[in-house]
Design a binder for this molecule. Structure first.
Ligand code: NDP
Ligand SMILES: N[C@@H](CC=O)C(=O)O
Length: 805
């Protein structure tokens, strides 16, 4: 025998009830031995409760009662519901006259929801030729006198159930009312909320059923609420122990009292979807799962009450007083957490009870408050509890770290000493993000990295295209999902929480909106975007002052822009301390040598104690190209400069290269990696721009670049035979002191020297250290260009992404 239980939503008018009847008919006609247990239809129980409340307050309840009756008959006008309707009329009239009702009356009223439901389904099944029998569970389940939440008397109930099923066995399909029962005096009682599930479990147990099938409106039990976590997965199999943990956290279907009768008899429980009968649902058995299953459950509408006081230190019985005082008022505590000293105690109660709980505790601790032993009893309403069921403390650091990285700091953490369950109290506004961050970590769902890209010029634009081209491959290989949710220039931003695609340029043009930085931060917040990285591909001197604000709002940083590392040292330090305080990263490998692994190498050498004594070389890709070409080809300087610009080697304003600032910045970036406290002003720079060309806009300057030609033709001609021009940077001096010496200058070197042999747009960096002596470590390669630079920025993004765990 299988017990089939259908819930209120399954039995609602329309598709619901028709599907239920079809399911039962099919099984009955296949000859399956089944018993059906039904809840009240749709929201009938709540409706009856509301009508009762209105009647007791002498409010006009009749219209709502009529609507209730119409709902019950809608489409089934032939149903004989007179007995129930008449009983309800009489009950409500009585309550209305008295202006009050007892729990006993309430049970009587509510029972009609299930009675009407079972009557209708029985009638519909009979119409289809099924041998259905309307079964009023009040003649089967005997309970104590606790109206509203009656306890079944097992042996008496079992006897009655057995006797009934002996009489109605074989092909009869008993259609049993759930939820309702009666006491020894044949007065109607109810089994409390989830009572229909309880009825079904009791019948399954008394009849030694083969399986209890609970038909709901969902496909089974999920690893998290699919409405909140898009990646939530259905759990195929669960053990009763795991189910029991879930029951505490809102899974009504698994309420402990409904599970216990099944556990005792080892009767499997299957959660099915009425509307998707092919789906196998979730099967719960007594078989323990070896790996264990993890599920996220949420308790909402809860409040955190905290009791603080130094005077409680070491005092015995504080918890006992809390529990006793609240129990007296029937207030249940779902979570309690405290330090061993009892100086601060946090407890979670249902929000509806929060103010009452505070009052009760203030009364209980009034002497302690007077003596200042208790300093405050506070309520925090805007919280939710997230429980990771199946989680123990041995691996809890993983989801916890992921939360902290995403700036979610739980207000309270609590675990069970036995069983596996860790609960976190978080701010309600962070609930959605919390669930997604933890779920992503636990289930190894591709880690979603949300990128806001500032600047989409040569480097930024190339980067966006590179990311879009390789993100599927990265997701496959690295389980990292790169989602570009914002692309901004100095005027407009394109926002898309699900990520931009290859049409981003047109989309930005058509859908881009003017913005402030906070708009982007708020957008990320509103869409619960986790693991956010801001990427600066501007050359802006102002944008870098946004970095700290981004970090405090949860962003890691990646930048090709060199400005943040080369403004005053105070800013440099302050940014690093903000990064440290917020456990955020800032990577900028492309600041020196574009895509070459220079900064990382220097950082590692320095960190490992290697004494770097000098760094010298050709730091600028554009000036490298310019002088490598100009030195050996008989062409005007301006023509080669134009080529360097067209190849994307120069800064957006090429004067930044020609005046030596760009090389100076690179030197300063490296100096600061060595913990030197140099400022930009400490650098001696040979400015290549003739004085009269330095003023004005970039556009005006470009109109006059031919004026370089005679100046540089002279410089070239003045060199010794066999020499070439090179623009070099040099960091030297006693680098163990506070400051190093930095020079940037144009020099003439023999063509066959190491600097003289550099070709194309290559940079070369000679790193002198104590261990390497006179033979420096040399890093050489393309020092500029959009493709290599974007690739370097991409590398930094992936490093940050991989470090978020
Ligand atoms: N080219 C190379 O080889 C290398 C370049 N770099 C660095 O890469 C960075 C980008 O260079 P590149 O791509 O050539 O520059 P581009 O001038 O081509 O692009 C700059 C982008 O930044 C945007 N922008 C400027 N100011 C802001 C702001 N305040 N907020 C948001 N967006 C802004 C611009 O938008 P708008 O059009 O609205 O102004 C534009 O989209 C520079 O810092 C450069 O030093 C680093 C290593 C190598
Ligand atoms: N303009 C720069 C680009 C890289 O930083 C250069 O020429 O090196």
């Amino acid at each position: 025998m299988k017990i089939l239980k259908f819930g209120g939503k399954s039995l609602a008018n329309g598709k619901g009830i028709q599907t239920v009847v079809d399911i039962i008919e099919k099984k009955a006609k296949k000859g399956e031995a089944i018993t059906v247990v039904l809840s009240a239809r749709g929201a009938s129980t709540n409706e009856l409760e509301e009508i009762l409340e209105k009647a007791s307050k002498n409010e006009n309840y009749k219209a709502q009662l009529e609507a209730f009756k119409n709902y019950q008959l809608q489409g089934y006008e032939a149903l004989d519901a007179q007995e129930e309707f008449h009983a309800l009329d009489t009950l409500f009239e009585g309550v209305s006259l008295l202006g009050d009702y007892s729990e006993k009356i309430k049970d009587k009223v509510l029972s009609h929801g299930e009675l009407l439901s079972a009557r209708l389904v029985t009638a519909l099944l009979k119409e289809k030729g099924v041998n259905a029998h309307f079964t009023d569970s009040r003649s089967l389940i005997v309970t104590d006198d606790q109206f509203g939440n009656a306890q079944p008397l097992d042996s008496l109930s079992k006897e009655k159930v057995k006797a009934h099923f002996k009489k109605y066995n074989g092909t009869t399909v008993n259609v049993v009312t759930g939820f309702i029962a009666s006491n020894r005096n044949q007065e109607t009682t109810t089994l409390g909320r989830n009572g229909s599930n309880y009825t079904a479990s009791l019948l399954a147990s008394f009849l030694d059923a083969e399986e209890l099938q609970n038909f709901t409106h969902v496909d089974g039990i999920y690893t998290a609420n699919p409405d909140l976590v898009a990646d939530a997965k259905k759990i195929k199999k669960l053990s009763f122990t795991e189910a029991n943990e879930l029951a505490h956290f809102g899974a009504n279907v698994l309420h402990a009292k409904t599970i216990i009768p099944l556990v005792e008899k080892k009767i499997p429980l299957r959660i099915l979807n009425t509307f998707d009968p092919e789906n196998e649902g979730t099967l719960i058995t007594s078989e323990e799962n070896e790996d264990g299953i993890k599920k996220l459950s949420v308790l909402e509408n809860v409040s955190l009450i905290s009791l603080e006081g130094r005077g409680l230190l070491g005092r015995v019985g504080v918890d006992a007083r809390i529990f006793q005082a609240l129990a007296y008022e029937n207030i249940s505590i779902s979570i309690i957490s405290q330090g061993s000293s009892e100086r601060g105690i946090g407890l979670i109660v249902n929000s509806t009870n929060a103010s009452k709980a505070k009052k009760v505790l203030e009364e209980e601790f009034k002497t302690d408050i007077y003596k200042k032993d208790v300093s405050a009893i506070l309520i925090k309403d805007d919280v939710s509890v997230v429980s990771i069921i199946g989680q123990d403390l041995s691996t809890f650091h993983k989801p916890y770290n992921r939360l902290i990285k995403n700036q979610i700091v739980p207000l309270l953490v609590n675990n069970t000493a036995t069983g596996k369950n860790v609960s976190l109290v978080v701010l309600k506004k962070q609930l959605h993000k919390t669930l997604n961050v933890i779920h992503g970590e636990i289930y190894g769902v591709a880690k979603k990295i949300n990128l806001a890209i500032f600047g989409h010029g040569l480097v930024g634009g190339t980067l966006i295209d590179q990311i879009l081209a390789s993100r599927d491959e990265i997701e496959k290989r690295k389980n990292i999902h790169l989602n570009i949710f914002a692309i901004a220039n100095s005027k407009k931003v394109l926002l898309s929480n699900s990520g931009v695609d290859h049409r981003w340029k047109t989309s930005l043009q058509n859908q881009g909106v003017s913005y402030t930085l906070d708009d982007i931060i708020q957008y990320a917040d509103k869409h619960h975007l986790e693991n956010v990285i801001a990427i600066d591909n501007t050359a802006s001197k102002d944008f870098v002052y946004n970095y700290e604000h981004l970090v405090t709002n949860g962003f890691d940083l990646v930048s090709s822009n060199k400005v943040a590392n080369t403004v005053d040292y105070e800013f440099y330090k302050s940014l690093r301390s903000t990064l440290e305080n917020h456990q955020k990263q800032y990577l900028y490998e492309t600041n020196v040598g574009a895509g070459l692994p220079l900064i990382e190498t220097i950082k590692l050498l320095h960190l490992s104690g290697e004494n770097i004594t000098r760094i010298k070389g050709i730091f600028s890709g554009s000036l490298s190209y310019l002088f490598n070409t100009f030195s050996v080809e008989d062409r005007p300087f301006s023509e080669v400069l134009k080529e360097a610009m067209d190849s994307g080697y120069t800064e957006p304003d090429p004067r930044e290269d020609l005046c030596g600032n760009d090389v100076a910045r690179k030197l300063l970036v490296l100096a600061r990696e060595l913990d030197l406290k140099n400022e930009f002003e400490d650098i001696t720079i040979h400015n290549l721009i003739p004085a009269h060309l330095r003023e004005g806009t970039a556009q005006e300057f470009l109109g006059k670049i031919q004026e370089f030609d005679t100046v540089f033709a002279k410089i070239k001609a003045a060199q010794p035979e066999g020499n070439v021009l090179r623009y070099v940077g040099d960091l030297h001096g006693d680098l163990s002191k506070d400051k190093g010496i930095m020079d940037v200058q144009l020099i003439s070197v023999p063509k066959d020297s190491s600097l003289g042999q550099v070709k194309g747009s290559d940079s070369i960096f000679e790193i002198y250290t104590e261990s390497y002596g006179d033979h420096p470590m040399v890093i050489q390669g393309a020092g500029a260009g959009a493709t290599v630079t974007a690739r370097g920025v991409f590398g930094d993004i992936l490093k940050v992404a991989q470090s978020i765990n």
